[in-house]
Design a protein around this ligand. Structure first.
Ligand SMILES: *[C@@H]1O[C@H](CO)[C@@H](O)[C@H](O)[C@H]1NC(C)=O
Ligand SMILES: *[C@@H]1O[C@H](CO)[C@@H](O)[C@H](O)[C@H]1NC(C)=O
Ligand SMILES: *[C@@H]1O[C@H](CO)[C@@H](O)[C@H](O)[C@H]1NC(C)=O
Length: 421
């Protein structure tokens, strides 16, 4: 035994030395005195990883007009389901939440999502007005495990709700009623797909209605009628404001990136606007997590003159096809799906019939309320961020960096104008 000892020391010594310098406490305070606060880059976050991929497949169908969904809600509900599943069902669910940073495993994704949900709902009423709810509906299912119900509610705010005994029309009515209540009374668009829930069906439903309150308001007095050059040319109300914002221009890809903070800094809105009037097809194809991450890191405080339409972006989505395209295949098949953590008697009985999402985002002038301790802005030769044509929009939580909402505005309702101007 003894002769081996020096060998061990030789091997471990460099590792120890390296480790101690890397984690040396003197290193971290070397950052500038007051770095502008910003959330961590999104590369290691499951809501961004799933959100970007889901956005790509949602938008690859040519007919998409105005898309909005909450990656955080989808990811956390699927995270809860993965905790109630086993075998390939579980691994396919976990794969959807994988990030490109290799150290983060499935359990870690669950913790991140759960923390983000907490941080985000706490900011309700400060940085934004929020209505949100998530439910796991079940149709004539075997008794659901109380441990699963408790855990998914506590960590992922996913409540279990049985569907009535009626036919698919009755199911649809119940789901719509649930969504309307979850959206604080807002009536969502009807679902395009039919609901086919056999006995043993599980349905994930997420709803989110979001109205951001800007850190600095767009004055109501400066709003005016302008033309929005979307799918149809329409006359809309536009709001305007000049100020200091994080901004980046990607000359090669011809897109402007703008980050607008919300009141009290709990979240921010990121806008991606093509240089020229165009459908978003080019930008949609271009968009990857890596590129977006690079843009966000490159954005620097700049004088910007912003014009945005007042608008509501609303979507009602069935995500089954899209999630299947991303590799989630076993869950839909009653013979294969393994939800043995949801119910012990589940094998061959429980399966996932749908993943539904109702979402709405309102763009308006208002800032938050309270003591504003904001410095005077010194604006010089502002860049123009003139959003009179389609753009992509994202909302991220500041504390955790999670992606709350992602979508695109292709069209704004308003009096129609003739195409030839
Ligand atoms: C935003 O997040 C950063 C770290 O990610 C933090 O330092 C800062 O205090 C946060 N700002 C607010 C207003 O919560
Ligand atoms: C946010 O606050 C509003 C007003 O207090 C409340 O109606 C709503 O239910 C809250 N939303 C959530 C998700 O707690
Ligand atoms: C958006 O919806 C809210 C209520 O749901 C409404 O008060 C507001 O006027 C709408 N905004 C536009 C631009 O239509």
């Amino acid at each position: 035994m003894l002769p081996r000892l020096p060998v061990c020391i030789l091997i471990f010594l460099p590792v120890l030395v390296q480790g101690s310098t890397a984690s040396s406490p003197e290193k971290s305070p070397a950052a500038p005195a007051s770095p502008p606060s910003r959330p961590p880059p999104p590369l290691g976050d499951p809501s961004w990883a799933l959100g970007l991929r889901l956005y790509q497949v949602l938008r690859s169908g040519s007919s998409s007009v105005n898309t909005i969904f909450s990656p955080l809600l989808v990811a956390s509900s699927l995270g809860a389901l993965s905790g109630g599943s086993a075998g390939t069902t579980a691994s396919q669910l976990q794969d959807l939440l994988k990030t490109s940073s290799p150290a983060k495993d499935g359990a870690h994704a669950g913790e991140l999502l759960s923390a983000a949900l907490k941080s985000f709902t706490k900011a309700n009423g400060t940085s934004f007005h929020l209505h949100t709810s998530s439910a796991l509906f079940s149709k004539q299912a075997p008794p659901v495990s109380q441990a699963f119900v408790k855990d998914s509610q506590a960590r992922f705010r996913l409540k279990h709700q049985p569907l009535g005994k009626g036919d698919s029309k009755a199911d649809l009515k119940q789901l719509h009623g649930w969504a309307q209540a979850a959206l604080g009374g807002l009536e969502g668009a009807p679902l395009a797909a039919e609901i086919q829930a056999k006995a043993g069906a599980l349905i994930v439903a997420n709803a989110m209605r979001f109205k951001g309150l800007w850190e600095r308001e767009f004055s109501e007095g400066s709003t005016d009628h302008r033309t929005f050059l979307g799918k149809k040319y329409t006359k809309v109300m536009m709001m305007h404001r000049a100020g200091l914002y994080r901004h980046h221009e990607d000359m090669e890809n011809m897109v402007q990136v703008l980050e607008v903070p919300l009141w009290a800094g709990k979240a921010s809105v990121v806008l991606l606007l093509p240089f020229h009037v165009d459908s978003l097809a080019r930008l949609d194809k271009l968009l990857t997590l890596e590129l977006l991450s690079k843009w966000l890191e490159k954005a620097t405080i700049t004088s910007v003159s912003i014009s945005l339409p007042k608008a509501n972006i609303t979507s009602t989505l069935s995500l089954q096809k899209q999630l299947s395209a991303l590799g989630l295949t076993d869950v839909w098949d009653q013979k294969v799906a393994d939800f043995s953590g949801v119910s012990e008697k589940s094998k061959g009985k429980l399966y996932l019939a749908e993943v539904l999402q109702w979402a709405s985002l309102e763009l308006a002038c208002q800032a938050g309320k309270g003591d504003a301790d904001l410095e005077e802005e010194n604006i010089e030769k502002p860049k123009l961020f003139y959003a009179d044509h389609p753009f992509i929009i994202l909302v991220r939580d500041n504390a955790t960096g999670a992606l709350l909402l992602m979508g695109a505005l292709d069209h704004v309702e308003g009096e129609a104008l003739h195409d030839e101007l």
